[in-house]
Design a binder for this molecule. Structure first.
Ligand code: CA
Length: 289
């Protein structure tokens, strides 16, 4: 059974992140320029409005949040409302914005960019280390999206949406280096485009299908699909495991670009969904800087 979390309807919902420490779920509305904080225990929703688009939010070990905003990496203190700019690696590219991001097993933050007009190959994937040094890790990215690290910490999985593929890289936890890119999963034309992604404790990938009305589970070893969860909306953007036992899958969706007629047909578009898929996820890693 898939249920909706009442009170959230995003234009472009994205980036669900479970905060282990506070037992809350964060997500963003990229176009709505808002961070949502959902507390499933208290059943409360707290919204933070920003003055630019936001691609991703993750908790910081030092407290507060790390944000990938339209104009670069920022630290945010929800208590005081103070926003501190860290670095914008694309200051020279005003036609780009940050999109999806996540921390690696060593607590470095990875986030990528895309062109605001959808022009191909204009973006890149960046790594922000705990000393706030930024490295460009993948060049010529069109729409940087899902990121996940294998449970053994040796592999990075990455989605550049228009490729319709999940790429795998060898990943070195000590240095944060990646190498040996290869494709491990490929979506067919009629399945939509791969968007956000998470991984379960068995090392299987959960992929959100933009234009495919589902989340699907894949074995990156064999490249085979193992299952799917259908959703009553077409634009499925990302997913993550959450809840005190990490056994609930939270799924974000969008309503951007849909016609009046489509919105009547899919009134739940933009909602946050939740289901229990029968497997547990990996713990969210906080940014260590
Ligand atoms: Ca996305």
């Amino acid at each position: 059974m898939v249920e909706t979390v009442a009170g959230i309807q995003a234009v472009l919902g994205e980036g669900p992140t479970w905060d282990e420490r506070r037992k809350v779920l964060y997500m963003v509305d990229i176009i709505g320029q808002t961070i949502y904080e959902y507390d499933p225990h208290k059943e409360t929703i707290h919204k933070t409005a920003l003055n630019q688009m936001i691609g991703a939010v993750v908790p910081r070990r030092a407290g507060g949040l790390l944000l990938a905003l339209q104009h670069g990496f920022h630290a945010y203190d929800p208590e005081s409302g103070k926003l501190t700019a860290i670095h914008d690696p694309e200051q020279q590219l005003p036609g780009n914005r940050f999109n999806d991001g996540k921390c690696d097993p060593a607590g470095r933050f990875w986030a990528g960019t895309m062109s605001l007009t959808g022009e191909g190959g204009q973006g890149a994937l960046y790594r922000l280390d705990k000393d706030w040094k930024v490295s460009r890790m993948v060049e010529s990215v069109s729409c940087s999206n899902g990121l996940a690290w294998s449970p053994d910490g040796d592999t990075l999985y990455y989605i550049d949406t228009p490729t319709r593929e999940v790429a795998a890289f060898d990943y070195e936890a000590v240095t944060g280096a990646i190498s040996n890119r290869r494709a491990v999963v490929r979506l067919e034309q009629d399945q939509g485009f791969p968007d956000g992604m998470t991984i379960d404790e068995e090392g299987m990938l959960w992929i959100a299908h933009w234009g495919g009305a589902r989340v699907s589970r894949w074995d990156p070893g064999s490249g085979k699909q193992l299952g799917k969860i259908e959703l009553p909306v077409p634009l499925v953007t990302s997913c993550t495991f959450g809840g005190p036992n990490l056994d609930q899958l939270y799924i974000t969706t969008a309503r951007t670009g849909m016609s009046e007629q489509d919105l009547e047909e899919y009134p739940l578009a933009g909602s946050l969904f939740r289901t229990k898929p029968g497997v547990k996820g990996m713990q969210t890693i906080a940014f260590q800087g």
